[in-house]
Design a protein around this ligand. Structure first.
Ligand code: SPQ
Length: 429
């Protein structure tokens, strides 16, 4: 599939973005392991979260779809998952693959898990190794580095483990395994990654002790079903924030966006660039804060993005790179080597595709240097099979001369089915 975008001067309107992907995945996982019926609203019905839903259905969990975005999950209990008779397909989703590995390792079942071509290249040793320390029985390609993984559930024991990279997927995998294990599991991470799991553990009645970046969980605690209202995904809102900032005379109001501070690095980075985004209607539901974001076109300045800020905006770096092409000065992004092992090598993909559009961008091993402002020109660009690259390039097309065609744009369905429609409505409005 291809998505064609033309220059647009005036994006106007009030929009909502679909539910947060990280929270939607976790709502199914927690609902499945809880006692009782969990009610989810605002669920993200895009491909990644549907992969999680199908995996848990294959594990014997009853999930009722009341509407596209509303679910009832009949909890199976902490160790109540059933042995699947099929290979679990995690599709394109790193979150599903890594967290599910920890959950399956402590169940009483045997399961095999695999995913699409991108997932088959993504590193799994980061979860397999510590899980083996806990006593997990896991086999996989490259000694457990890549899926397919075969997992023979066993009795796990708590461990002390220091994560090498700040990763919410690894942290969550080990916290879930810790919940299923005997004794205490103590984790540390080098900087704070998104904390949706910690918040959801509290919502489902489990105790977790948090001391800075150190987490202690005691195994055997039952989860109690809860109501999860999923806020809009700030990672999806980010495309329209940047579109409104760089495209002519735009003003866009994005309602009900999750503004958990472990995810708002994009707001801090854009603020440092002079974006002046206003927050209104703040509230807190299901232990997750949310607010409306009012964004108007501004002249942006370059910034440096590094260190502890990186995990707070890791998924937004592709769209920040687009903003940087239109900002005055030199934007430097470093300490972001993790981008190389996402759905695509996002550093290489962005550099390659933005060069085609005339951007002044240099690839670093762990980031990028972008000089701006640069007039972009329409081109044929490719998503590299990565939803965030596809949507970022579409936004770049809004400020490029002529027509921009994003090839392999079907990747957008991984996280944002309505992206094209919402963009068209804002341009029309
Ligand atoms: O699930 P997946 O494919 O890994 O999704 C991505 C994305 O861009 O949507 C990353 F490629 O988001 C991750 C994110 O980068 C989702 C996530 C989570 O829900 O826990 C955590 C981050 O990954 P990590 O490696 O830092 O744990």
């Amino acid at each position: 599939m291809e998505l064609t975008v033309k220059k647009a001067h005036n994006l106007k309107g009030t929009i909502r973005v679909p539910g947060d992907k990280s929270i939607s995945h976790r709502s199914i996982m927690f609902g499945a392991l809880a006692e009782g019926v969990t009610h989810v609203t605002g669920f993200l019905a895009a491909d990644d979260c549907i992969s999680t839903m199908h995996c848990f259905e294959a594990l014997g969990v009853e999930i009722e779809r009341l509407s596209e975005t509303e679910l009832k999950i009949n909890g199976a209990g902490l160790k109540g998952l059933k042995e699947p008779s099929v290979v679990l397909d995690t599709g394109n989703s790193g979150t599903t693959t890594r967290i599910l590995t920890g959950i399956l390792a402590g169940q009483n079942l045997f399961a095999v898990m695999t995913g699409d071509a991108s997932i088959r290249k993504r590193p799994m040793a980061r979860v397999v190794e510590p899980l083996r320390f806990m006593g997990a029985q896991i086999w996989g390609r490259g000694g457990g580095t890549y899926v397919p993984l075969a997992i023979n559930g066993s009795t796990l024991k708590g461990i002390r483990y220091d994560l090498a990279v700040a990763s919410a997927q690894v942290k969550t995998c080990l916290l879930m395994a810790g919940l299923l294990a005997d004794g205490e599991t103590i984790l540390t991470e080098p900087s704070k990654s998104r904390d949706h799991t910690e918040r959801m553990l509290e919502l489902f009645g489990a105790r977790l002790s948090i001391d800075g970046n150190r987490y202690t969980i005691t195994g055997g605690q039952q989860l109690t079903a809860a109501t999860v209202d999923v806020p809009g995904d700030i990672s999806s809102a980010a495309f329209f924030m940047v579109a409104a900032l760089i495209a002519g005379d735009s003003t866009v109001n994005i309602e009900n966006v999750g503004v958990n501070e472990t995810r708002t690095g994009i707001l801090d980075a854009l603020d440092a660039m002079g974006a002046g985004i206003e927050l209104a209607n703040s509230s807190n539901l299901s232990n997750e804060p949310r607010a409306s974001l009012l964004v108007s076109a501004r002249q942006l300045n370059a910034t440096t993005i590094e260190g502890d800020l990186i995990p707070r905006l890791i998924d937004e770096i592709p769209i920040i790179a687009i903003a940087a092409t239109q900002a005055h000065g030199t934007t430097v992004i470093r300490d972001a080597g993790e981008l190389r092992v996402k759905e695509s090598d996002r550093i290489a993909a962005l550099t390659q595709e933005l060069c085609k559009m005339g951007a002044d961008i240099e690839e670093l091993e762990d980031g990028m240097i972008i000089n701006g402002p640069t007039p972009l020109k329409g081109a044929h660009v490719n998503s590299h099979g990565d939803h965030r690259i596809a949507m970022s390039l579409a936004v770049a097309g809004l400020v490029a001369d002529g027509e921009t065609t994003v090839e392999d744009s079907e990747a957008i369905a991984i996280s944002y089915l309505e992206f094209e429609g919402t963009l068209a409505a804002l341009i029309g409005g």
